[in-house]
Design a protein around this ligand. Structure first.
Ligand code: ADP
Length: 745
């Protein structure tokens, strides 16, 4: 049985590494293990002594929101030698370390693999020199689990690596800022992003930030590639586009294999177009700062899973990396991760770009194709006037709706299909308020908050159906794309149910999930929820900063309607002590337990305790009620404060995740719409991000997957994380009931 583990961070640091270490340490302690932290990566492992220390519960408190890694990281030349690794093995044996968790890039994972492979050999040799050591009779191999830590997102075996989402958000925010100044001064910006061998950051930023041109390492450029770029920027200027930005991944290459620098691009544009070109090299800014909610949650999930796998599958050999693939924790052998990750570099070096792209995978290739459409100056085809597609946004607005409209509409226009934006959702559909959407205008919508075409809440009156049918006929609408929440789904279903009476409704209709509540069926995430989650996390971090001399309990009330996603995920991402969820309800006995937990927490020296409460977690035990209850019970020992975050949660520019999700769903909706139009289908579908990727599901199925009474899906994947959140937030002494059960209301 496993008793002692060690954890380290290695190679380039990335935001979220702290969250991974916190999760490993607390999960290990929660499961009765001794856990050592190795400082400064393999260098510390070789050095031993003070570089390897036992970590306690409180040692990893308050680090979730910090960038970098508190364990430090270093490159180690000594570990690259056999002698160095022998010393590292001795240091680990002396502390009885039986399993190691390494967070790092492919170099660090390779190091872990080499260490595990050589372990027995070093053990045999060391035994000869230390025959009396307490480990001398040991034969146990070292188990190693790697976690992907890299801002470049260049690792095989995971869809995202820890730090990539934070880096991408930094880039996207920089593009948002640059585009406003570029627009005011008619300037052209060349922006250099990280990614020596991997174009992920540059490509995703182009989709999410609306750049005019992008250069990535995996793409083969023509000999005169710059002609096309110059022509594109020149045209953009001629038609009065407010800004022009070229994104260069630092590893992009000329056809001869030499690196294209951002200064090369500047020189070309300045010489050919006599433009005022400014270069912005984002550099280490991309690596820094507080990690996003996504990075914190992913790192937390992977860290806990690593400890669980080591303990639960103790009889098996472990030389794996854990990654997130399609939102599931997946183990891939370290050798495969390292070989496949490095193979892309070799293919790029050798000029085998098609092979490099193939190794990156289908999603990378599809993004590259999408970028080709989105960076066009004008649609590829002239519009054909034999019917249009209408796009509307319904219900409450959600950040990212504009991105979805912009991408879906441009993908349709690119194929010659005219697109109308329906003003103010179903109200505009009834009243016939349609605007023909224009390519140039759409380009500027990708990063705008809210909904440019407008949303409104409305209930259909009986007479409305005839009005809508007339509008559809008048504008020759052949298909409808509706972006919104459950109200929007229901309205589309209502239209479809009246097809017998109104022929006009026999057109293909596609629904795209967009709501900050993440309460829709057939999708793991809705457009808008990541922005809301990050808004909550930022606000809660700020509340944490207020911790001072007085003891304080904070109840933060968050949105979500009757879905606990935002409450649970923000608790996981901020280290809040508790989340009140509508799925679980609130009971008096539980509140009683919370009173005891608060008392014990403050007695043990805590200054601030945060409870996150979903707005509908209980009808009677409201935020105010809980505040007053806790206040009464505190007997003056601590203060209680509330923070009701309200509409701040749905505001602001959409995050990179929301923009990317919106772009993928928008492009998919356009693709399915074109297919239905070509084949004369009148299917009604819901799109969503599912286990296998983006899928379309018939609307009847979507209704079956919905718990209509409670306004949330019947199956909610994130509830599996309830136990993790609880285990990591409360030290073992507070765990009277370690595995909370979900009970129906
Ligand atoms: P990253 O993990 O970010 O890719 P590096 O490539 O610099 O960063 O690797 C981090 C450390 O991992 C190196 O300094 C070295 O100590 C160790 N390492 C990398 N490759 C190997 C290898 N092939 N054998 C042993 N150790 C290695």
């Amino acid at each position: 049985m496993l008793k002692t583990l060690a954890v380290m961070t290695s190679g380039g640091d990335s935001p979220g590494m702290n969250a991974a270490v916190r999760s490993v340490v607390r999960r290990a302690i929660h499961r009765g293990q001794t856990i050592y932290g190795i400082y400064d990566g393999y260098e510390g492992m070789v050095k031993g002594g003070d570089s390897i220390k036992p970590l306690q519960w409180n040692d990893v408190g308050g680090i979730l929101q910090r960038g970098g890694t508190f364990l430090g990281t270093a490159r180690s030349e000594s570990f690259r030698t056999r002698e160095g690794r022998r010393q590292a093995v001795l240091n680990m044996l002396n502390l009885n370390v039986e399993a190691l968790i390494v967070v790092g890039g492919d170099g660090s994972l390779m190091g872990a693999h080499v260490l595990a492979t050589e372990w027995q050999e070093h053990l045999e040799n060391l035994r000869k020199d230390h025959p009396d050591a307490q480990w001398a009779s040991s034969h146990a191999p070292l188990k190693v689990i790697g976690l992907p830590g890299s801002i470049d997102n260049d690792l095989h075996g995971t869809d995202m690596s820890i730090g990539a989402d934070t880096a991408l958000n930094h880039i996207v925010r920089a593009l948002d800022n640059l585009s406003s100044t570029a627009a005011s001064h008619q300037r052209t910006f060349v922006v250099e992003t990280m990614g020596r061998h991997c174009g992920y950051l540059a490509l995703s930023a182009t989709v999410a930030g609306g750049a005019s041109w992008v250069l990535v390492p995996e793409e083969e450029l023509e000999l005169r590639w710059h002609h096309k770029m110059v022509h594109s920027i020149e045209k953009a200027r001629e038609i009065g586009r407010p800004h022009h930005m070229v994104i260069v991944a630092e590893g992009a290459r000329h056809p001869d294999g030499l690196i294209i620098s951002s200064d090369d691009v500047k020189r070309i544009l300045t010489e050919r177009l006599k433009l005022d070109v400014r270069v912005t090299v984002l550099g280490h800014v991309q690596r820094g700062g507080s990690p996003t909610a996504f990075d914190r949650i992913m790192a937390t999930r992977l860290g806990s899973a690593a400890v669980d796998i080591l303990l639960d599958e103790w009889d098996q050999e472990h030389r794996h990396m854990l990654g997130l693939i399609k939102n599931r924790v997946v183990a891939t052998p370290l050798v495969e991760v390292v070989e496949k990750s490095q193979a892309v570099r070799v293919e790029v070096e050798n000029g085998n770009y098609a092979k490099a792209q193939e190794l990156r995978g289908g999603s990378f290739i599809r993004t590259l194709e999408l970028v080709k459409t989105l960076t066009r100056i004008a649609p590829a085809q002239e519009t054909v006037q034999d019917g249009a597609v209408a796009i509307l946004t319904g219900g409450a607005d959600a950040p990212g709706m504009n991105t979805a409209v912009s991408v879906a509409a441009r993908c349709l226009l690119n194929q010659g299909t005219p697109v109308y934006g329906v003003r103010d959702g179903f109200v505009g559909l009834i009243e016939g308020r349609f605007d023909e959407l224009d390519w140039d205008e759409l380009v500027n919508w990708v990063n705008r908050p809210g909904s440019e075409i407008g949303t409104a809440r409305v209930d259909f009156q009986e007479g409305d159906y005839a009005e809508i049918a007339a509008t559809i006929r008048r504008h020759n609408i052949r298909g409808l794309i509706a972006i919104g929440g459950w109200g929007t789904y229901r309205k589309v279903a209502q239209l479809a149910s009246r097809r017998d009476e109104f022929d006009a409704f026999s057109i293909p209709m596609i629904l795209i999930p967009a709501t900050v509540d993440n309460n829709l069926p057939c999708t793991q995430f809705t457009i808008g929820v990541d922005t809301a989650l990050n808004n909550i996390v930022e606000a809660t971090d700020k509340i944490r900063h207020t911790a001072g001399a007085t003891r304080r309990a904070f109840i933060v009330e968050v949105m979500g309607r009757r879905c606990g996603f935002l409450a649970l995920m923000s608790a996981l991402a901020t280290g809040a002590e508790k989340a009140f969820l509508p799925e679980k309800g609130v009971s008096l006995s539980e509140l009683n337990e919370d009173v005891n937990i608060l008392k014990k927490s403050f007695e043990s020296g805590k200054r601030l305790v945060i409870f996150i409460r979903n707005e509908h977690s209980s009808q009677s035990y409201t935020t105010d009620f809980i505040k007053r209850l806790l206040e009464e019970e505190s007997k003056g020992f601590y203060e209680v404060r509330t923070a009701i975050l309200g509409h701040v949660q749905r505001g602001g520019l959409p995050t990179a995740f929301d923009r990317i999700l919106a772009s993928r769903l928008g492009a998919n909706a356009a693709f399915h719409m074109l297919e239905s139009l070509k084949n004369g289908w009148d299917d009604v579908h819901v799109l969503g991000l599912r286990e296998k990727g983006i899928e379309k599901v018939p609307i009847e199925e979507a209704f079956k997957e919905m718990d209509v009474k409670n306004g949330r899906p019947k199956e909610q994947w994130f509830l599996d994380l309830l136990e993790t959140a609880d285990a990591l937030a409360k030290p073992p002494m507070l765990h009277e009931n370690p595995r909370p059960q979900i009970t129906e209301e």
